[in-house]
Write a protein that binds this ligand. Structure first.
Ligand code: NAI
Ligand code: MG
Length: 484
């Protein structure tokens, strides 16, 4: 596939090589340290959303498969992992981090092929951050008495972990690393459109001799996820995904002893004041919404610009949008890759159209998109009301809804006027203003004069319908321990 925008940018194509990548024709389930055929006997395909070509097949885990995975995790917990001295557990987690770092390029290429994200992001963000998470929690494994002074922290048992398709390996790292550090064992299910880096991780876990059953990776769609959530021998559920599914999971868990964390949707307000460094803010807005095709729960999808600078900001934004390169995810020049799935593309088109129908004015980048695959041009919608769907609903695509404001109170009111509360951003020259505004914003993660910055030491999680609990940092240990 060639990059369609060469004539605009003048860049020659610079595709990352796929020569060193091994993708097997099919991946059975990874249970008890081995790849074993699913008892369901069924497989499904995962495709490259940039080409619509099939990459591989992964197994469908049915009830018997889930039972087997949970049993394997339970035995590993009882007989091996909970008995192992913490410093030995720590060494295994370090080993995962180091080998993942060594094989970073291979994981990055597969991540981009299976999910559609630009190689620049998988190479510079997803994989290094996944590595950083394993290093960070490896460090905690033998220091839990410092995280919880005066108390004893024990693992809970078996953690069932269900992850989405927007940051596949990174989400696996967010889930597995703290669970193992606290002495738990794991049954993890990747999303159905992006299972491959999880299966590569399973191979890596075999290579580093992680004791069998400590991490089990099983594949399947929502039906498999339900069976994990409902399994009576699981002690903790960690879920990242849609708010709708999060609510279903919360209902199923009500009245059970299971602990849980839910990281759900978002509709972040990105606020630009007239005293902000406008050029930097424009880059921040672009990164905030177009990063990873807008497939980011904390994406800055609602822009609030102070009225007196609105014209300048919007005009600069449009100019910058026109220079974005959309196309082959494996090309190192690419800014915007493919939409993850046909279903997601349909959802983005439908909500964007509703914005137009409600009187919104659409601006889209001039770029052309490749013929096959799933693509959506970077889009800005202005002239929208606070009540319109494009302002209220999570689109999870490269679509930015723009509104203006005059006063601080007005923008705080608007920023908080959503069912979500995951993240937000503020751009201003004044430190005092940053504190005044962010204190009143109901969101778990707030950035000032930057956006979408992540670090394993920072807690991450939402208010309201964006979820329950925190992942990352010391906070990310709590959901995986019982304190006595
Ligand atoms: P989803 O919530 O259906 O899928 C996420 C994960 O949950 C997948 O592994 C899936 O197999 C599993 N799952 C689905 N139904 C389940 C159930 N009933 N019980 C247990 N596990 C279940 O998300 P989907 O359909 O892929 O995306 C729909 C929308 O969700 C997106 O358009 C976006 O708005 C939002 N989303 C938010 C994410 C976030 O990071 N907050 C990530 C992915 C999607
Ligand atoms: Mg795929």
């Amino acid at each position: 596939m060639t990059n369609q925008t060469d004539f605009i940018t003048g860049y020659s194509p610079a595709p990352e090589s796929t020569n060193l990548i091994e993708i097997k024709e099919r991946y059975p389930l990874f249970i008890k340290g081995k790849f074993s055929e699913p008892q369901s006997g069924k497989y499904f395909s995962t495709i490259n959303p940039a080409t619509e070509k099939k990459l591989s097949e992964v197994a469908v885990a049915n009830q018997a498969d889930v039972d087997f995975a949970v049993k394997s995790a339970r035995n590993a917990y009882k007989n091996v992992w909970s008995k192992m001295p913490p410093k030995e557990r720590s060494k295994y987690i370090y080993r995962i981090a180091r080998v993942l770092q060594e094989r970073g390029r291979e994981f990055a290429v597969i991540e981009s092929m299976d999910g559609g994200k630009p190689i620049r992001e998988s190479r510079d963000i997803d994989i290094p951050l996944a590595v950083a998470h394993f290093f960070y929690y490896a460090g905690w494994a033998d220091k839990l008495e410092y995280a919880f002074p005066g108390r004893k922290a024990n693992g809970l048992g078996v953690a069932g972990q269900i992850i989405p398709w927007n940051f596949p390996l990174l989400m696996a790292a967010w889930k597995i690393a703290p669970a193992l550090a606290c002495g738990n064992t794991v049954v993890l299910k990747p999303a159905e459109t992006t299972p491959l880096t999880a299966m590569k991780l399973a191979e890596l876990l075999q290579d580093i001799d992680l004791p069998p059953g400590v991490v089990n990776i099983i594949t399947g769609a929502g039906d498999t996820g339900i069976k994990i959530v409902d399994h009576p021998d699981i002690n903790k559920i960690a879920f990242t995904g849609s708010t709708d599914v999060g609510k279903i999971i919360q209902k199923s868990l009500a009245g059970t002893q299971k602990k849980y964390t839910l990281e759900l949707g978002g509709k972040a307000a990105h606020i630009i004041f007239d005293d902000a460094a406008i050029n930097q803010a424009v880059e921040g807005i672009i990164n905030g919404i177009f990063f990873n095709q807008g497939h980011v729960c904390c994406a800055g999808s609602r822009l609030y610009v102070q009225e007196c600078v609105a014209e300048e900001v919007i005009s600069k934004l449009k100019d910058r949008m026109d220079t974005l390169i959309i196309g082959d995810p494996l090309d190192k020049n690419t800014d915007i890759g493919a939409i993850n799935s046909k279903m997601q593309l349909k959802k983005i088109i439908e909500i964007t159209q509703s914005g137009k129908d409600e009187g919104g004015v659409l601006f889209q980048s001039k770029c052309t998109t490749p013929k096959s695959g799933y693509w959506f041009k970077p889009t800005l919608i202005s002239n929208v009301a606070q009540s319109s769907r494009v302002v209220q609903e999570e689109i999870f695509g490269p679509v930015l809804a723009v509104q203006t404001f005059r006063t601080v109170d007005e923008v705080i009111e608007k920023a908080n006027n959503t069912p979500y509360g995951l993240s937000g951003g503020v751009w201003t020259d004044k430190g005092a203003k940053i504190f005044k505004i962010t204190k009143q914003m109901r969101a778990g993660i707030l950035w000032a004069n930057t956006f979408n910055k992540f670090d394993p030491t920072s807690p991450f999680g939402g208010f309201k319908e964006s979820g329950m609990g925190r992942e990352g940092g010391i906070h990310g240990l709590y959901p995986y321990v019982e304190l006595s």
